[in-house]
Design a protein around this ligand. Sequence first.
Ligand SMILES: [Zn+2]
Length: 229
Amino acid sequence: MQTVVAAGRRLLEALLAGLLPADCTLCGAPLPWRQAGGVCLPCWSDLPWTPGLRSGRGPLRAVLWGGDYRDPLRRLIRGFKFEDMDDLGAVLGAELARRLGPLLAGGAFPPGIDMVVPVPLHWWRRWRRGYNQAEILAEPLAQALALPVRTDVLVRRRAGRRQLGLSRRDRLRALAGCYAARPGVRGRTVLVVDDVLTTGATLSACAAALRRAGAASVIGCVVARTTRN
Ligand SMILES: [Zn+2]
């Protein structure tokens, strides 16, 4: 009987191995099929997590980040964003929540967050990509904080052009009027979630829209920040 069970298990594992990615996304080592996110444990523990917090500029009260935007974290975020590795997003979001837990639960700062809001994509880009990466990251974070995710309070009205290579000032100019917030945020403290912080222009533009709609305070949160932040 035991041999039958063992044979059954081997067959099941063989089937699953055929269905799921077999190699680690980062080092290429064969993965046990249970590995979440397609990254082996040694690679996962080598990611450059350096959780931190700094005060924000303009409408943004503060910014939190999980790590530095450099390889191998950079490679994972790019894969998640551009190569349809959307299952990786949930794992990254959960890890971000775990890393930021002590900062967020510390009590001193940031006080009284009411809701988690992912940076929205323009509907066209959302439709083309099939998902909003910020939304996938925001879910486990909100769950860890026992807060609601609100995808209905902030919208991106214009698609805008590619931001790559633009200075902060040019990005801010390009993003002016791109985002609009609903009155549901009035008097609330909002945690806005994005994948990467480069110049901070996106988070600033979202924070400006939320403040215009009456939000009391806006705090940004990203998986990784570039070194100039
Ligand atoms: Zn690996």
